[in-house]
Design a protein around this ligand. Sequence first.
Ligand code: IPM
Ligand code: MG
Length: 375
Amino acid sequence: MPDSYSLLILPGDGIGPEVMAEVVKVIDWFQANRGMSFDVTHDLVGGSAYDAHGVPLTDETMAKAQAADAVLLGAVGGPKYDVLDFAVKPERGLLRLRKEMDLFANLRPAQCFDALADFSSLKREVVAGLDILIVRELTSGVYFGQPRGIHDDDNNPENEGGRVGINTQRYTSGEIRRVARSAFEMARRRRGKVCSMEKANVMESGILWREEVQWVHDNEYPDVELTHMYADNGLMQLVRQPRQFDVILTDNLFGDLLSDAAAMLTGSLGMLPSASLGAPMANGRPKALYEPVHGSAPDIAGQGKANPIACILSFAMALRYSFDQGDAAAELERAVERVLAEGVRTADLMGPEGGSPVSTAGMGDRIVAALAAGA
Ligand code: IPM
Ligand code: MG
């Protein structure tokens, strides 16, 4: 490990700052006990950046993100910001980070911890042992395609209301190939299977997607098993028999939907981490941003009810993919598993039988204690 890694922390809005405070405890523990050194900087993103600067991400913060070895983000958004112009909404800050850092491969693992199998909305026997990885394209597709906007539909007197809203699904072959490679690489380190999802039955971009993924497979990864599914069927299969999948490869919008559904299979949206990776930097490590899959949960913000595990596991992914600390990542994941096995629960993990949940800080403290106890 070099002398020190630079880590930019952007807690964001809602429960973001609360869950990030628990990650900071974990970071401090690794610095004190595992000889690691992080050069940590805190900054603003989303609504909190808008409140301070009138924009959801300043150019200065963007530059810091570009220079950091890794960025760790909490969550953005909240009802207070719903009235803002589209261009300065909190989400634009996150999308700018993803786009300008060119973080094209979004890894969203969905693992069902045994201790939580009963909390899933699906039956235990369907989700127990679940371990899948969604690889979502993150910098293109309908989120970014041109033309886009809301316009007056002047030439169409038949149109009641007189307006038209436009977004464009656009993918280049190069964009598809590079994210496909990420999925095949991941599959090689897992169970060797990729299922690619699109809507080739109704969308030309879906046809191109299918052809290019197949091309990358045939030319570069023939050892990996590749299947294709229409995304609607894929989502149905995900709730019917989720363990049939290993790696799911899909585009930006379908990946957004599929990953929320996958999260729920695991018991709680409060459990799922993610890594967004770009091209390698000079040091050979990819540009990277780590964030929980959950949002800012404004309804419970500031009450100590949020589950910090998704954010803590996002830091574990940073240890693995940005800091070359796979052993430390596994150690942290075991600590989380141990605490869950001991029955420690935040409010989102309470079953119908109830019980007394720990607070956000309580969960963070227990995880640090499990690390100290040698999980
Ligand atoms: C996600 C979120 C974001 C997305 C929002 C906050 C812009 O839902 O990361 O899944 O749609 O990508
Ligand atoms: Mg989403």
